[in-house]
Design a protein around this ligand. Structure first.
Ligand code: GBH
Length: 475
């Protein structure tokens, strides 16, 4: 048994929850909103479990006041949400739609009135369909469009929002959207995935500049990466090399240009059969490497890899999802293994040490840059008890373990300023539809009624006290 953790978190530590527009808002045809790639994708037969779509989702667009009141009641001090691009700039070009922006202004005002600090993500995967029709992220033009969109949202909300995040998990946009195709737009083209990664990086860099040109000096600009913790199966040189290659494709492809001003040489070499990277133009790397005010880390589970040659028999982890295509370009000779240990309803192993490791890595790689855990959480099947309560001791244990890992990292010198639980509410879990529940708050999909699970109440107590209640202290 680990020691009970009675040490307090820093007083200014943010205790947040996170969501994203397409996963919760619904109201997809209201107030001038046009389809995003996720509307198109989810309405294409066979793309999502059960044919689920975000048409209604959890109807947050109409229920945001109640949702904010609930957060306040629980005791949360921060909320990370995303702006739906096709709601505020339907074609991905031209002037903003005022009613679209007004929704987010009202949401932010409601948060501020309840003492909850908003963090705005500009892009959480819902590209306006028109921009995909023009080529999407593999095309440079999309990055330029993003900068314009960032400018317009920054102008509208910059007076009341301090914390900004350009992109959420560009790895997923590039490699699941254009590589394995399990995410929108569902393309399976390894070269397009690499081009998309670069143009997402460029979008971030140009977006940072656009935001800084309109935000007041206190505005803070960050990016949220799903930086993956990659472990070699053994110390065999072939496995160590496999881990480096996947680390380049998962992490280096983003933090190389973002933090160090270049793509890793090992990445360029490993992908040379697909491209000479000539889509990286002069000046791009300078545009991408913009000083960050903070870095957002999203963490769920680590990965264990080996070379196919050294791989022993044993459970493999399914990194392709429903797709036959791999999200990892030029890596067919690498095998992903199931990480031993307890697993969540997604099949992802619970491994809080991975979060500690990740935070310490970025403490070294981005010295002086404040860190936020912008997503962490777990899906578990829910059961509503006879007394109407939803008891989720597994999620409490998951949160306790990972928050303890964050606290440990702070003790080890990491500058972690906040934690956003994924997710506030059960919601549309992308290709898995509504079957997977990440919420700390239960949603009854028949009535859309919200019921805080034990984990939400536990987390609220942690937020109020700045300490972690014992893991078994649940109601
Ligand atoms: C996040 O994605 C999203 O930001 C959020 O919208 C989503 O609801 C939440 O997490 C829960 O899924 O098996 O090869 O894909 C996380 C997506 C899942 C991507 C784990 C990387 C492991 C490698 N990540 N995945 S692979």
């Amino acid at each position: 048994m680990p020691e009970p953790l009675t040490v307090s978190f820093p007083p200014a530590f943010l205790w947040g929850a996170a969501t994203s527009a397409y996963q919760i808002e619904g109201a997809v045809r209201e107030d001038g909103r046009t389809p995003s790639i996720w509307d198109t994708f989810s309405h294409t037969p066979g793309r999502t479990a059960g044919g689920d779509t975000g048409d209604i989702a959890v109807d947050h667009y109409h229920r945001y006041r109640d949702d904010v009141a609930l957060m306040a009641e629980l005791g949360l001090t921060a909320y990370r949400f995303s702006v739906s691009w096709p709601r505020v700039q339907p074609t991905g070009r031209g002037p903003a739609v005022q009613v679209g922006l007004d929704f987010y202004r009202r949401l932010v005002d409601e948060l501020l009135a309840h003492g909850i600090k908003p963090a705005v993500t500009l892009y959480h995967w819902d590209l306006p369909q028109e921009l995909e029709d023009a080529g999407g992220w593999p095309e440079r033009e999309t990055a330029l469009r993003f900068a314009e969109y960032a400018h317009l949202v920054g102008e509208a909300l910059g007076d009341r929002v301090e914390q900004w995040i350009t992109l959420n998990e560009p790895w997923c946009s590039a490699f699941l959207g254009y590589g394995s195709g399990v995410h929108a737009p569902g393309r399976t083209e390894p070269l397009a995935a690499l081009r998309a990664a670069h143009h997402l990086n460029l979008a971030h860099g140009l977006g940072v500049q656009a935001l800084r040109s309109v935000l007041p000096p206190r505005g803070s600009v960050a990016v949220s990466l799903n930086s993956q913790v990659i472990r070699p199966l053994s110390q065999h040189p072939a496995d160590l090399a496999a881990a480096v290659r996947i680390d380049d494709l998962a992490n280096g492809v983003f933090h190389g240009p973002l933090l160090h001003g270049a793509y890793p040489a090992t990445l360029l070499e490993a992908t040379s059969s697909l491209t000479d990277w000539s889509f990286v133009r002069d000046g791009d790397l300078r545009d991408i490497r913009r000083p960050l005010d903070a870095l957002g880390l999203n963490y769920y589970t680590p990965a264990v890899v080996s070379s196919v040659e050294t791989a022993p028999e044993g459970p493999r982890s399914d990194t392709h999802g429903a797709s036959a295509a791999s999200p990892w370009p030029a890596a067919d000779d690498i095998v992903f293994h199931q990480v031993p240990g307890e697993r969540t309803d997604m099949g992802w192993t619970v491994d809080p040490d991975g979060l500690h490791q990740l935070i310490m890595r970025y403490t070294r790689e981005a010295p002086g840059v404040p860190l936020y855990v912008t997503e962490n959480g777990a899906a578990y099947e829910d059961k509503v008890d006879d007394d109407g309560r939803v008891r989720d001791p597994e999620r409490v244990a998951y949160l306790h373990g990972h928050l303890a890992a964050v606290r440990r990292a702070i003790a080890d010198g990491a500058d972690v300023r906040g934690y956003y639980l994924w997710s506030l509410l059960d919601n549309f879990e992308w290709a898995y539809g509504y079957a997977k529940r990440f919420g700390a708050v239960h949603v009854d999909y028949a009535t859309l009624a919200r019921t805080p699970k034990s984990s939400a109440l536990w987390y609220g107590r942690a937020a109020r006290s700045g300490q972690l209640p014992p893991v078994d202290d649940i109601v």
